[in-house]
Design a protein around this ligand. Structure first.
Ligand SMILES: Nc1nc2c(ncn2[C@@H]2O[C@H](COP(=O)(O)OP(=O)(O)OP(=O)(O)O)[C@@H](O)[C@H]2O)c(=O)[nH]1
Length: 300
């Protein structure tokens, strides 16, 4: 039986309620795991940083309290664990999936869990790459509509109703169809990319600039008043107007944008409302002559 447990591909730890390694089985593949057998009889606090040990202990206790299997994910490098031989096993941090199961009988007089640690680094990297791809606009490399909506919904959910200060800018290139018609679709694409990089460079790191699709973009500005949001939108409008592109060799051209601005407040906390207000303001900017910024409240 002991031989069968030792042959398990993934390492299995018996960890007690006080955070002691009571036993370790399996995890034989040195290409995938380090040898953790030296940890037996040590406490999590002997071999890990306080922060990491606190996290493991909290998970052990949460599993004992829930009295059922729990699945957790975490990063851990051999270098983070005192006593483990870092020469035999992966050098980089490993992404682990921990399957944590309460044990029915006590171990050394304590309640304990079985902690099965599986190396999911490759799967995790693929998941991260797919997530990045699903949130990125293919043409420009900036965040796409999905990423913008997720960020907007997340921040609106956290917004304090008293001090709600998030602005949404929707920006559309003026008479973009004429660029495509006159110079061709690839030149139109180049203009879209130029607008993205010019605007992306003008907003703060904490804010988000995204391409909604076609020649339409959106910006979420955090912790900002309506007047400040209007100023940022004006700055973006001027920035785009100052961008020179060369649709044909030796031929310089410029584009302008119209921008609608809406601001989250106690009565405007749903992303749908913010979007439709900013859209209405954008429409007002277009019909007011284009190359301008309109604040939603002006067209209420
Ligand atoms: N090159 C390029 N063109 C696109 C892309 N997506 C949408 N378009 C074009 O963008 C143009 C948008 O035209 P309209 O919606 O009529 O608007 P507009 O000409 O910008 O006029 P206003 O918005 O009223 O100022 C259409 O010709 C679309 O084919 C894209 O990814 N690349």
């Amino acid at each position: 039986m002991g031989e069968a447990l030792a042959a398990l591909p993934d390492p299995v730890f018996v960890l007690t309620e006080s955070g002691r390694y009571a036993a370790i089985f399996g995890g034989q593949d040195r290409g995938y795991y380090h040898d953790g057998s030296c940890l037996v009889d040590f406490s999590l606090y002997d071999v890990l940083s306080r922060e990491q040990a606190d996290w493991f202990l909290a998970e052990i206790r949460a599993t004992l309290a829930a009295d059922c299997l729990r699945i957790v994910e975490y990063d851990l490098a051999a270098a983070d664990v005192a006593g483990v031989d870092t020469n035999h096993g992966p050098a980089a941090p490993i992404r682990f999936e921990g399957r944590v199961q309460p044990l029915r009988s006590s171990v050394n007089g304590e309640r304990a869990v079985l902690w099965l640690a599986s190396n999911i680094t490759t799967r995790h990297e693929i998941e991260q790459r797919l997530r990045r791809l699903s949130e990125t606009d293919e043409l420009t490399g900036v965040p796409n509509r999905r990423r913008l909506m997720d960020a907007l919904n997340e921040s609106l959910a956290k917004l304090d109703s008293e001090n709600g200060r998030i602005a949404l800018l929707i920006m559309d290139i003026d008479r973009f169809k004429t660029i495509n018609d006159r110079y061709g679709h690839p030149a139109g694409d180049a203009v879209i990319c130029a607008v993205c990089s010019a605007c992306g460079a003008r907003i703060k790191r904490r804010d988000l600039f995204a391409r909604l699709g076609g020649e339409e973009f959106a910006t979420v500005l955090y912790d900002i008043t309506a007047a400040q949001a209007f100023t940022v939108a004006e700055r973006l409008r001027e920035t785009v107007a100052g961008v020179c592109f060369e649709p044909r060799p030796g031929e310089a051209s410029q584009v302008t944008v119209s921008i609608g601005v809406s601001v989250a407040g106690p009565d405007r906390r749903r992303s749908h409302d913010l979007l439709s207000q900013a859209d209405a303001a954008l429409y007002a900017a277009k019909s007011g002559g284009r190359n301008r910024v309109v604040l939603a409240h002006e067209c209420d």
